[in-house]
Write a protein that binds this ligand. Structure first.
Ligand code: 5GP
Ligand code: ZN
Length: 134
């Protein structure tokens, strides 16, 4: 069995290596270098349709600022996080899911299921979610 510290180190190297090799995909999307179906944008964030949706509404709210994950935020990012949640809630409302319900998810690192290491909120709705999540 691989010790926890070694696992963490390998995961850290993987996450840094992927971003270094291919660049940060969400930075590229936020700066319009890479095309995507943008649903909304402002000076702090962009919102786009997830390329592999897991619900009828599956939108990602992505800050323009590169933060690898929630583990990297500092006190100065707190207003930004509030803005991201507010944008997510507004999108859920515009998409007609406010009354029926929706879910906001921020996957963080390996156990959280994070695959893109640029902080983002999943805004999901249009179907009944299950709990606990898998
Ligand atoms: P995570 O697993 O990090 O929480 O979520 C990453 C999400 O980004 C996944 O749901 C994945 O489908 C989505 N994604 C990855 N690459 C792209 C892309 O190039 N364009 C879009 N629109 N979504 C992407
Ligand atoms: Zn980035």
């Amino acid at each position: 069995m691989i010790p926890f510290a070694v696992k963490r180190l390998l995961y850290y190297a993987y996450q840094k290596g992927m971003t270094k090799m291919f660049g940060c995909i969400f930075c590229q999307i936020a700066s319009h270098e890479k095309p995507s179906t943008l649903y909304y944008e402002d000076e702090q964030c962009v919102a786009l349709r997830d390329i592999h949706p897991h619900s009828p509404m599956h939108i990602l709210v992505v800050p323009r600022k590169h933060l690898a994950s929630l583990n990297d935020i500092t006190a100065e990012d707190e207003p930004l996080l509030g803005h991201l949640v507010a944008v997510a809630a507004r999108i859920a409302k515009e998409k007609g899911t406010a009354a029926s319900g929706f879910r906001i998810v921020i996957n963080t690192n390996a156990d959280g299921g994070q695959t893109v290491f640029h902080l983002h909120l999943h805004v999901m709705g249009g179907r009944r979610m299950t709990w606990p999540p898998g």
